[in-house]
Design a protein around this ligand. Structure first.
Ligand SMILES: [Fe+2]
Length: 355
């Protein structure tokens, strides 16, 4: 049988994984040429005993690490993960991300140990494809999601294979990413000041809430440690800013990869809708005072037109990934981007980030 380049690469990867993994599991790659490697247990013990599953995970740790690099992600369905404790136990061989999530943009709180809520971003919001904390000078190597409860409708995690994406960006725009890098500006209000930003519909969080402290020095030192510049204002609010390259070379695979969040953090009518954009325009005199702002690292705007070019490339490569309760997915953070579709109902997806 003659195979196309992509098909033969897909089957080579799968053959390699079949050699690497040990035990009663079935391996497949449901989205040819794209993440993740899909793993299902084929015997009752592995399906029902958390001890057996944890032992299998530990024994296959090296194979999981290799698959993470070759597929960009690994997915487990049918393993007995009934709650956060099981999720933590199954992921115990992975090193927690030492810097934690301080300064992160998503509204999420710890659940237990290293496990966090995936996000409190409202259900109607489409969280665009992004690589975790790529707006920070340091960021996690990998992240794992665990679905405790899928939403009634929507709520799929979306994935994007980042290998080859950069090359699809037109050369002029690619050069801007390469030369200028990216800048992210965040403003957090003070919980002690009752100004317009305290209006709930603006969703302008306070630094006290986000950093879980009232101590400015503590916040400043956490941000300095993360490589962010801090600016405290007379009204008690805090602006902090990070500037990073927009492209990275993968330390193991050598792939040159798009690695920034200009397209996922930009606030415009396409990303936040006309109504919210009008609300923000009405209240903020400068886009840089808003809760989020992005631009190129040289101060040039990342325009709506440029956003649309990148957005369409991401959307054309997007994989829509529906959850079932008990599913776990591990992603290599540089090789695979993730996002979330809007949803209805209760959705409980938890996350851990790893070094
Ligand atoms: Fe994320």
């Amino acid at each position: 049988m003659i195979q196309t380049g992509e098909n033969s690469q897909t089957s080579r990867r799968l053959e390699q994984a079949q050699q690497d993994f040990d035990g009663p599991v079935h391996l497949s790659q449901p989205y040819p040429g794209a993440p993740p490697l899909w793993i299902e247990p084929t015997d009752t013990k592995l399906r029902t005993s958390i001890e057996a599953a944890a032992e299998w995970m530990s024994r296959n740790h090296d194979a999981i690490e290799r698959a993470l690099l070759s597929f960009g992600g690994v997915f487990w369905r049918g393993f007995p993960a009934a709650g956060t404790d099981d999720f933590i136990q199954l992921m115990e061989r992975f090193e927690p991300y030492s810097k934690g999530y301080s300064g992160g943009t998503s509204d999420r709180k710890a659940i237990k140990g290293q496990a966090m809520e995936a996000t409190r971003t409202p259900p109607h919001v489409y969280i665009q494809l992004h690589q975790e904390m790529s707006y920070m000078p340091s960021n996690p190597r990998a992240l794992a999601f665990y679905c405790k409860q899928p939403s009634a409708t929507g709520g799929e995690t979306v994935l994007c294979d980042m290998r080859g994406l950069l090359e699809e960006i037109p050369q002029d725009l690619r050069r801007k990413f390469e030369e200028y890098g990216a800048e992210y500006v965040r403003n957090l209000r003070s919980a002690d000041v009752d100004d317009f930003r305290a209006r709930p519909e603006l969703r302008h969080p306070s630094w006290q809430y986000r950093f879980e402290t009232d101590d400015r020095d503590d916040v400043s030192s956490q941000l300095a440690e993360r490589g962010a510049q801090c600016d405290w204002h007379d009204d008690g609010s805090l602006t902090f800013c990070t500037r990073t390259p927009a492209i990275t070379v993968h330390p193991q695979t050598g792939d040159r990869l798009y690695f920034n969040q200009l397209n996922s953090q930009i606030q415009n009518t396409y990303t936040i809708g006309e109504e919210r954009e009008a609300l923000l325009q009405e209240h903020y005199d400068d886009t840089l005072n808003r809760p989020f702002a992005v631009r190129f690292g040289n101060g040039d705007p990342f325009t709506d037109e440029e956003y649309l070019i990148v957005h369409e490339i991401f959307e054309a490569r997007k994989i829509v990934f529906p959850w079932q309760a008990g599913d776990i997915m591990l992603l290599e953070n540089k090789l695979t981007a993730h996002g979330r579709h809007p949803f209805t109902g209760e959705r409980d997806v938890q996350v851990m980030i790893f070094d």
